[in-house]
Design a protein around this ligand. Structure first.
Ligand SMILES: *Cc1c(COP(=O)(O)O)cnc(C)c1O
Length: 362
């Protein structure tokens, strides 16, 4: 038998994405909505899916969905494109604006997928690390952009995993002072209730990423979209997989989007719970919680407390949170998604117990 020759060299340093998803009683590690799509909407979905012809290729661009989303955002169909989750569109961004000899500006700590996509496409990465409080080092970013060699940049707002919003004035400054394609990743904008959508009318170099995975309880179905100017959207059309958005997902997403007003109550509940959890964390000794505009909170533990150990302790009690303690810039940090009131309460009680256990006075 012959050995297989090596894969492309840029794969050598890449770790396959691992969400560290371990079944647990309380799953608050992946920023999903703890509540599934409401039953009355699920019934409508079943009806819609029954009408899908499985033997026919789907509408490649999902134009029904593009029209609905365009209308809701005051745009035209040619300013919207759908993807197999936001993740596909992030990959498409690297394919279309990255590549050998091209450069991506990253603002770590942030979503790790951006960096992987740049590496996969042989795109050079320029990191402008965030400040100590995780706010964007705006002057450093604008200074770097001014050199004129950045092909695309991603600004995550709210940022994952730190939870903070980017300032619209800063995003506008990026757009105004460069021709870099700036993606604002608004995967969590339903929880911040804030969007840079108005800037689309004035700047051709802005593109906005959204997803059905978080506020709309659809992480399992895979549906994301971009809002952008027609010239930008046209380039995405060239690199996307023709049928990446399948007919069943299109049917599910149509019904969910038509019913999106029904998700408002659960979004409000998550926002209220976020406030309660943040306040409770603030009263615990040995931990520092970062303010969040999203559906998760980043927590940093004091040096004498080992976050990795806390993560394990929580898991043994049926609570899965996300361990970032060995990630750059996020030493000794865990991220907890905001779940239902009961889930959050159990998390807080268990965390209080473990802190008492390790001798931090509670
Ligand atoms: C979850 C997430 C996405 C998109 O997720 P999909 O499930 O692929 O739609 C994009 N960006 C960030 C920052 C996210 O956290």
């Amino acid at each position: 038998m012959n050995a297989v020759r090596p894969a492309a060299p840029q794969l050598a340093d890449i770790e396959p994405y691992d969400p560290k998803y371990i079944p647990a009683d309380i799953m608050i590690s992946a920023n999903e909505n703890s509540l599934d799509v409401p039953l009355d909407i699920r019934r409508q979905i079943e009806h819609e899916v029954r009408r899908v012809p499985f033997n026919r290729y789907p509408d490649p661009l999902a134009n029904d969905l593009r029209d609905m989303i365009a209308e809701a955002n005051g745009l035209d169909r040619d300013q919207v494109i759908m993807g197999n989750g936001g993740d596909e569109l992030l990959f498409d961004l690297a394919l279309a604006w990255g590549g050998p000899g091209r450069t991506f500006l990253n603002l770590p700590p942030t979503f790790s997928v951006y960096k992987n996509n740049a590496q996969l496409t042989n795109t050079a990465i320029v990191d402008i690390p965030r400040c100590d409080d995780f706010s964007i080092d705006e002057d450093a970013v604008l200074e770097r952009l001014a050199k004129g060699d950045i092909d695309y940049a991603i600004v995550t707002s709210p940022n994952n995993p730190t939870g903070d919003l980017a300032q619209a004035t800063f995003v506008e400054e990026m757009l105004k002072t460069s021709d870099t394609l700036v993606m604002v990743d608004e995967a969590y904008f339903e929880f911040s209730r804030y969007t840079v959508r108005p800037l689309l009318d004035s700047y051709e170099n802005l593109v906005i990423l959204r997803t059905f995975s978080k506020a709309f309880s659809m992480a399992g179905v895979r549906m994301g979209y971009l809002l952008g100017n027609p010239r930008v959207i046209d380039e995405f059309k060239k690199v996307r997989q023709p049928y990446s958005v399948d007919a069943v997902s299109q049917a599910v997403a149509r019904i969910v989007y038509q019913n999106r007003a029904k998700f408002e109550k659960s979004i409000d509940a998550i926002i209220a719970e976020r406030g309660r959890v943040y306040e409770a964390l603030g009263k615990l000794p040995g931990v520092m919680a970062y303010p969040s505009e999203s559906n998760y909170i980043l927590i940093r533990f004091d040096e004498d407390v080992d976050a990795g150990w806390i993560w394990q302790w929580l898991l043994e009690r049926g609570i899965l949170v996300r361990d970032f303690s060995r990630s750059s810039y996020l030493e000794n940090c865990l991220r907890v998604s905001i779940g239902t009131e009961d889930e959050n309460t159990r998390f807080l009680e268990t965390l209080r117990d473990v802190l008492a256990q390790v001798g931090v006075a509670v």
